[in-house]
Design a protein around this ligand. Structure first.
Ligand code: SF4
Length: 371
């Protein structure tokens, strides 16, 4: 994840302390808990292929055990996701266990189940509520496969804000909604929401590559996001494409930005972040379908690393674009997307738009240190 606002304005949010610490821990500092594959919506771009009542998720005891292991490993941050995490009636119990162990907890939700009762259960346990918004009402509802999804999500956002939760939007960039980035900023202004995260599409679950934008469009839309961020008002992040950091550097030519990007180190799937599926399989992230182990033995994955875990740590030796002058700030992008596109876990991430940054004249064909 790249905090555009941190790079542009220098404003430091809590999660930036992990993101730009430069500390290399043995264990991940962020774990995504996909606590369920059940969901009341049918989103076109759902990376977990979730749906209504189709799945058998891990029991509560397994998630509580995962929290305990995470705490022993020094994990700093747990993201409760799904499916729709609120479709689990006991999600607040997982949040409570993590919170009481000093772990920062975020909720990633479609917003439609954010009732007063559920929010009261979560009050004091959750540090951030991120609600997915895909564009104006008709676009959002079409995307989500359910009429009324937008108005329910917005109602949830308003309620969460009223009850004092830090609340923001999550927007996945696709061909069908890329022209609505301005709308998201307008909605933030109107609803007095102060954080947004823009996700680049990862090809997993129902999210097919045919939904993705091309890299020329990617460059222009991320430039727009950077421009809007300059207003300095919002916390703005992008996820799943570290080339966005290179773009900020190319626009600012700031040595300080380059230094922060180096500390961040780009994509760290399987190192700084890992994902636990609803069935208890541990993956490098939510999108890369190469299992690292089982949740029951979470800690062992990094204590006694299998070859794949070691290879992810030393990926510069394997990734096809490792001669890139920006490899130390990008780390080769998203492996899951490379795997789906090229059939090779170490192939080139098709969403890398570095070439387009060069073509645009924002960078010269030289190493970043000589700029
Ligand atoms: S070529 Fe590879 S390392 Fe360089 S910016 Fe693209 S994805 Fe990142």
């Amino acid at each position: 994840m790249i905090s555009i606002s941190r790079l542009i304005s220098g404003k430091v949010e809590d999660a930036d302390r992990i993101r730009y610490s430069g500390i290399k821990d043995k264990y991940p500092s962020v774990l995504v808990f996909n606590v369920t594959r059940n969901c009341n919506l049918r989103c076109k771009h759902c990376y977990s292929g979730s749906g209504i009542g189709l799945f058998q998720d891990l029991p509560l005891s397994s998630w509580l055990n995962a929290v305990k292991q995470a705490s022993d490993m020094g994990v700093k941050h747990v993201l409760l996701s799904g499916g729709e995490p609120l479709s689990r009636r006991d999600v607040h119990v997982i949040a409570k266990e993590a919170h009481e162990r000093g772990i920062r907890v975020e909720l990633s939700t479609n917003g439609t189940m954010l009732t007063r009762e559920r929010l009261e259960e979560l009050r004091g346990l959750i540090d951030y509520v991120g609600v997915s918004i895909d564009g104006p009402e008709p676009v959002h509802d079409r995307f989500r496969g359910v009429e009324g999804a937008f108005s329910k999500a917005l109602k949830g956002v308003r309620l969460a804000k009223e009850l004092g939760f830090k609340t923001g939007f999550r927007f996945t960039l696709t061909k069908d909604n890329v022209e609505h980035v301005d709308f998201v900023f307008q909605l933030m202004e109107r609803e007095e929401v102060d954080r947004v995260c823009f996700y680049h599409l990862a090809y997993a679950g129902r999210a097919d590559r045919s939904l993705d934008i091309d890299n020329k469009t990617r460059l222009s839309v991320v430039k727009k996001i950077v421009e809007r961020t300059k207003a300095g008002k919002w916390e703005v992040l992008t996820a799943d494409n570290p080339v966005d950091g290179i773009l900020v550097y190319s626009l600012t030519k700031s040595v300080n930005v380059l230094d922060l990007l180096r500390k961040n180190g780009g994509n760290k799937s399987g190192e700084r972040i890992a994902d636990i599926s609803p069935e208890g399989i541990v993956y490098p992230d939510q999108f890369t379908p190469v299992p690292l182990g089982r949740v029951e033995n979470l800690r062992e994955i990094w204590d006694e690393p299998r070859p794949l875990v070691k290879m992810l740590r030393e990926r510069k030796r394997y990734v096809k674009c490792s001669s890139c002058p920006f490899f130390d700030v990008c780390n080769g992008g998203l492996r899951g997307r490379a795997l789906v596109y090229t059939g090779d876990l170490w192939g080139k991430d098709p969403s890398c738009y570095l070439e387009d940054i060069f073509k645009d004249g924002l960078l010269r064909e030289s190493s970043p240190t000589s700029l």
